[in-house]
Design a protein around this ligand. Sequence first.
Ligand code: NAD
Length: 382
Amino acid sequence: MLIAILKEARGDETRVALTPDAVKSLAGKGFSVAVESNAGLQSGASDGDYQAAGATISQNRAELLACADVVPVVNLPPAEEQEKMKSGSVVIGFLRPLDDPAALTPAVKRGVTLFSMELVPRITRAQSMDALSSMATVAGYKAVIAAADHLPKLFPLLMTAAGTIPPAKVLVLGAGVAGLQAIATARRLGAVVEAYDVRAAAGEQVKSLGAKFIEVDLGGLQTEDKGGYAKELSPEALELGRQAIATAAKNVDLVITTAQVPGRRAPLMLPTAAVEGMRPGSIIFDLAAPAGGNCELTKCGETVIHHGVTIFGPANLPAEVPAHASMLYSRNLSNFMQLILKKGELSIDRADEIIAGSCVATGGEFVNEKVSAALAALKVHA
Ligand code: NAD
């Protein structure tokens, strides 16, 4: 049983799937672990650290792909590498199965079993495997720190002999895991914070962090699904939110947007007119950029300046904090792997709710209904 850790192929990726701690635990259970040379370097783990944890280091990526039984990854390997993987092997990671299901096809055709960390059900037993929450926590924190660095103002209230500096005003859109972390971080830096979310439950959480919650009367609309996620809203309900947001945005220095609906384009919350109503020098930091953005002007991976407002659309924010992002992700992955690695062998119990929910493909076929529907929709539009 060989577990292989590859250097991530994606250009802007600095995280590694498993850290030396996780390797030590796997090696202690009798698994062979091979690490591609320098796989952990950017997240602070050297080849020597992996060797000390019990791994072998390989310069031969092609051989690792061909021989590995389990390949934990951050991102899906590119198509030409999927085609070289061992048939019957297992890949686990952020595979973006609902955003880009077609990208998985080479691995599926090769008979690789795919587990998506995005699809791990959010049940209590799977909390320790919740990699989305881990990365959202990192992103929410980093968004505030990066934005504070770019803001032409200070965050805290300062009383100086030269006069009083008022605290920065921050608006957070979407108060889920990333949004709540952004609120907490902005509060710790001394900002005055307000936030908006469609889920009523978010209101109490926002207030408990010392921020103001923007209430919008959606007429008792059911906004949350049974998994605790926001539902896709009607155009009317979305517009009510946008009006409240545009009013609030006029008076703030920084807007951090985090609103997402799983498997859909991110909801549009800040149209161009709302940006034009903001003060010059203010900043929008759009964490939903990879899902299409919450701001109409966001360009993923780019910085746009419009009417004096700077709009950041980071493509991979957790990768800007690689050490801790890798540490958390590695723990989530390790906890997941315990479900499928038993007594030194691969043992996949498809009846297990976590395995059933996260398994995208096995035996040459897609096995997840939502992913199959996303693929079918692609064929209809092709
Ligand atoms: P997410 O990343 O999918 O979305 C971020 C936020 O955007 C959510 O709070 C959502 O309500 C909000 N949003 C979506 N559309 C919106 C719109 N049009 N206007 C305003 N806000 C909008 O979600 P997430 O942060 O990963 O998780 C959301 C919630 O799920 C969490 O706050 C938590 O309550 C729950 N959760 C539960 C578990 C668990 O039980 N294991 C784990 C993680 C999260």
